[in-house]
Design a binder for this molecule. Structure first.
Ligand code: ADP
Ligand code: MG
Length: 379
């Protein structure tokens, strides 16, 4: 996949900007607050019909402007798609179009191979389980619209059930209600657990290979999806998984009522990173943790590539976060993308020498006050 054209109107701090791209590396430079991330956000939003930063549509509209409008074209599976997206503040009206037809975003319609790498990702291992669940959900939703549907249903039921658990005394026929909810939690939850387990297994295998390339002397990286049942049941045996879920959730009924929230299911699970079978969160150095994430990001790119489509790779502020060694690791994986957008603040960041290693074209964009002030080809 690659982005071919992008036009922003009243999007964030851009009044109007039109850009053309081709496969290759785009280095986007500018001081803080000039609009680098906004540009990446525009690309992402156009592909997926929503912001990667979990913002409301209102936030995307340039301050005091009545609407924003994005349009562009994307080449995917050798086909060119014209994409549009817009939002009118007053009417609260959002429109997403592909080839002039209103409806789904490209990312909902098909597998849209775009991988984002943001500084928060680098801290994924250190952060809490909720962040890691959010990470899985974000990435897997992108791979599977069905997963996103199941997840939305599941989350809605969990919050209904939690509300009821807190207000238990006002509820009539609560036993029945809990039974209905639990059945649904088991149904959707099992499918979420299964999908996460399968994807994490793929990530784990690829990430391990990447990590070994970076550190042949070890330790060995592995990732596990941590849930209430064994990995093989979680991955391949949906009936057994449902049965185990159903049994356990019944056993927990008392405890859930006592504690006032729902205690079992994918909303309590975790994604584990292990180095030589020891939890990286506790035992690995900060540098090792970051390398593990780089290996994972590479794995995500490679998995897209295996499906015969070169992914788009967006790195927002990653380079300023990394030391030289890890910059090199990171650069090694740019090869697995067809088009790269990376943002930096320093003009002379030593990127030039890195870029020499590549055969594909590289470009420099300078962003200043919501405008692309300069655009030149580096190579
Ligand atoms: N809806 C909006 N309308 C106008 N300006 C906005 C809007 N949202 C964010 N901004 C501005 O965009 C700038 C941040 O842009 P960003 O792309 O995050 O910067 P950076 O170049 O550091 O990545 C800030 O100056 C902020 O005030
Ligand atoms: Mg930024």
């Amino acid at each position: 996949m690659y982005i071919k054209e992008l036009q922003l109107t009243n999007f964030r701090n851009y009044v109007r900007e039109t850009l053309e791209f081709q496969p290759g590396i785009y280095v986007i430079q500018g001081n803080n607050g000039q609009g680098k991330s906004n540009l990446l956000e525009a690309i992402y939003s156009l592909c997926f019909g929503r912001s990667f930063r979990n913002f409301q549509e209102n936030d995307l509209v340039r301050w005091n402007a009545p609407y924003y409008y994005l349009q562009g074209s994307v080449c995917l599976q050798q086909r060119l798609y014209r994409l549009e997206m817009g939002y009118e503040t007053q009417k609260k009206r959002k429109v997403v179009k592909i080839d002039g037809k209103t409806g789904k975003s490209l990312g909902l319609d098909q597998k849209c191979p775009l991988v984002c790498f943001i500084p928060e990702d680098l801290e994924l291992i250190r952060r809490g389980p909720a962040e890691r669940r959010r990470f899985m959900d974000r990435e897997i939703s992108q791979l599977s619209p069905l997963y996103r549907k199941h997840l939305n249903r599941y989350n809605r039921i969990v919050s209904q059930k939690n509300r009821a658990l807190k207000e238990i005394y006002h509820l009539k026929n609560r036993e029945e209600l809990f039974k209905v909810w639990n059945n649904q939690l088991v149904y959707f939850g099992s499918r979420i657990i299964q999908k996460r387990s399968l994807v994490v297994a793929d990530w784990s295998e690829m990430s391990a290979q990447n990590y070994e390339m970076l550190f042949p002397e070890g330790p060995r990286l592995r990732m596990d999806y941590d849930t209430f049942c064994s990995p093989d049941v979680a991955r391949d045996k949906i009936e057994q998984l449902e049965a185990a879920f159903s049994d356990k959730i019944e056993l927990m009924a008392k405890e859930e009522q006592r504690r006032g929230y729902s205690l079992l299911g994918p909303h309590r699970d975790d994604l584990l990173f292990l180095l030589d079978d020891k939890e990286a969160r506790r035992y690995a150095s900060h540098g090792q943790q970051r390398s593990a994430i780089i290996a994972l990001k590479a794995a995500q790119l490679q998995l897209y590539q295996q499906q015969k489509e070169e992914p788009v790779f967006m790195l927002d502020d990653i380079f300023s976060e990394l030391d030289l060694r890890r910059r090199q690791e990171c650069f090694a994986l740019l090869r697995d993308a067809g088009q790269v957008f990376l943002t930096i603040t320093e003009k002379d960041s030593g990127l030039g020498s890195f870029l020499q290693q590549f055969t594909f074209p590289s470009f420099f964009l300078q962003v200043h006050k919501g405008r692309v002030a300069k655009k030149e080809r580096i190579k």
